[in-house]
Design a protein around this ligand. Structure first.
Ligand code: NAP
Ligand code: MG
Length: 469
């Protein structure tokens, strides 16, 4: 078993002050595949000090020069993309094809897009007699989840570094190996010491201490709304800026006249790929009451084609959920749904044997007041809801504490009118591609701020007005 007992800060892999190690479990085999050092407060202090020391010079480095380093990182990630995908299969359990396309491929595309947007980003502009200067904040603490172990880090460090900040990353405990590989690639890119730093360790201890650190200027967090609220509250103590990418309970609205099979496929794909462990998953499928029978048939037809199994095999679509804890959460929600009176159309139980596998599950005859329609399950579970008018569909879609994403399938013009009324950061019409330059982020309790492209860069700049002349 591999043992990672060093932390990356101040330009090198450093011996840790902590002696505590934690195991990384492969969710397919339930076997420990590595041991990873758990940073203590002394380790975090050292990493933050390195980032703080590196900040002034990095902040004064020309944006173009900073982009040269990020281009090298992109080249390094591209050269090792197969290896990264393998690690994601092992520690997350995402299927091989999804790891390649939806995980690594997406991260490469988004990194490239932000680099392209940087070329047009105005670090200085004039307003009357003022020069407006945009620059880095200082040290950014990046705390990331396990569901997209490469890209959740990429979406933070690319814009933060390009705008002159230095970073300390605390990756999720379930998936630290992807982060360690990322750090190796960044080391090879030769950034000045202290600009990028990685500390592995537990969220409640290392993550919490990092987020509250007095020398941290920005807390950029992706994960559960519960932890996001806690970090927002503690950031207030020293008036830190926060960027929050939190949970979702997004809706797919199927409109009369649209392609029903397409609506079913699009919603189902978001809860099947990555085992539904995607914050923007379209977990509520809304269809007109009189289309329920046809929807049931379309769902059964689609789910018949879905293969569940070893994620390393190229024919597998759905692998295990990330951990035993996550499996328990998903199974608990399935029981909650049954008790609330929703009906299981497909699946509904764990898959016996080794690995944290659960049957892809679809509930029908539910309503939007049920917990399975309101809370983020983060597993392969879809809930079908019915509506009697388009106005009611919009009301149901918006009746959520969350506001991350949404989908509409229907005639283009009608779908666009519905999209405008949805209180969410993204809406995808008829399965259109998302350009990686567009902003990603949530309304309401799905977050604060936006990631990717120009909007991602904006989130990491302090703004100064100098009056002269
Ligand atoms: P989480 O507990 O919010 O963890 C996300 C990150 O925050 C991890 O690095 C975690 O470290 C760290 N963390 C946890 N508690 C912390 C604290 N008190 N202070 C500072 N950092 C802390 O999410 P999770 O446990 O991975 O997943 C739980 C649920 O969150 C999921 O079921 C899902 O509903 C939601 N989630 C949402 C997203 C999203 O993209 N919106 C992503 C992942 C999860 P450890 O890994 O060491 O705990
Ligand atoms: Mg947790």
């Amino acid at each position: 078993m591999k043992r990672y007992d060093k932390l990356f800060y101040d330009g090198n892999w450093q011996a840790a002050h902590s002696e505590k190690l934690a195991e990384v479990i492969n969710p397919t085999t339930e076997e420990a595949i590595a041991q990873v050092i758990q940073a203590d407060h002394e380790d975090i202090d050292r990493a933050v000090a390195a980032a703080k020391e590196a900040f002034p010079a990095w902040n004064e480095t020309a944006p173009f020069e900073r982009s040269v380093y990020l281009k090298r990182i992109l080249a390094g990630l591209t050269a090792r993309k197969e290896e990264i995908a393998d690690v994601i299969v092992q520690e997350l359990g995402a299927s091989r094809s999804f790891s390649e396309q939806g995980q690594v491929g997406l991260a490469l595309k988004e990194l490239q897009a932000t680099l392209e947007e940087l070329a047009d980003f105005a670090f200085e502009e004039e307003i009357d007699n003022a020069t407006i200067i945009k620059e880095g904040f200082g040290v950014v603490a990046c705390i990331t989840p396990w569901n997209y172990p490469l890209n959740q880090i990429q979406r933070k460090i690319t814009p933060a570094l390009l705008t002159g900040n230095t970073v300390v990353v605390k990756p999720a405990s379930n998936t630290p190996l992807t982060a360690i590989l990322y750090a190796e690639i960044i080391q090879e890119a030769g950034l000045p010491a202290g600009v990028f730093n990685l500390v592995t360790g537990s969220g409640s201890d290392a993550g919490n201490y990092l987020a509250e650190h007095e020398d941290v200027a920005v807390v950029s967090f992706t994960g559960s709304t519960a932890v996001g609220k806690k970090l927002s509250a503690s950031a207030a103590a020293t008036v830190k800026k926060t960027v929050m990418e939190l949970g979702g309970k997004s809706a797919m609205i199927y409109l009369p006249g649209g392609d029903l099979a397409l609506a079913v496929k699009l919603a189902a794909s978001t809860v099947l790929d990555n085992q539904g462990q995607t914050c923007s998953a379209l977990t509520r499928l809304l269809v007109p009451e009189d289309m329920l029978a046809k929807t049931k048939t379309a769902l059964k037809d689609y789910y018949e084609t879905v293969t569940v199994g070893n994620p390393a095999e190229s024919t597998t679509r759905v692998g295990p959920v990330v951990s035993e804890e996550q499996l328990k959460t998903v199974l608990d929600y399935i029981e909650i749904g049954k008790k609330e009176g929703a009906e299981v159309l497909i699946g509904g139980k764990a898959i016996e044997g080794t690995g944290y596998f659960v049957e892809p599950t679809v509930f029908i005859n539910g309503n939007n007041q049920m917990r399975i329609a309101r809370e983020e399950i983060f597993g392969p579970v879809l809930t079908v809801l019915t509506y009697s008018s388009v106005a009611e569909a919009i009301t149901i879609a918006n009746d959520s504490d969350y506001g991350l994403s949404g989908g509409v399938v229907g005639p283009e013009e009608a779908a666009y009118e519905v999209a405008k009324k949805m209180r969410t950061g993204n809406v995808i019409i008829n399965g259109s591609n998302r350009t990686p330059k567009a902003p990603f982020g949530g309304y309401k309790q799905s977050g604060i701020g936006r990631e990717n492209g120009r909007f991602g860069l904006e989130d990491y700049v302090e703004i100064k007005a100098v009056f002269h002349g």
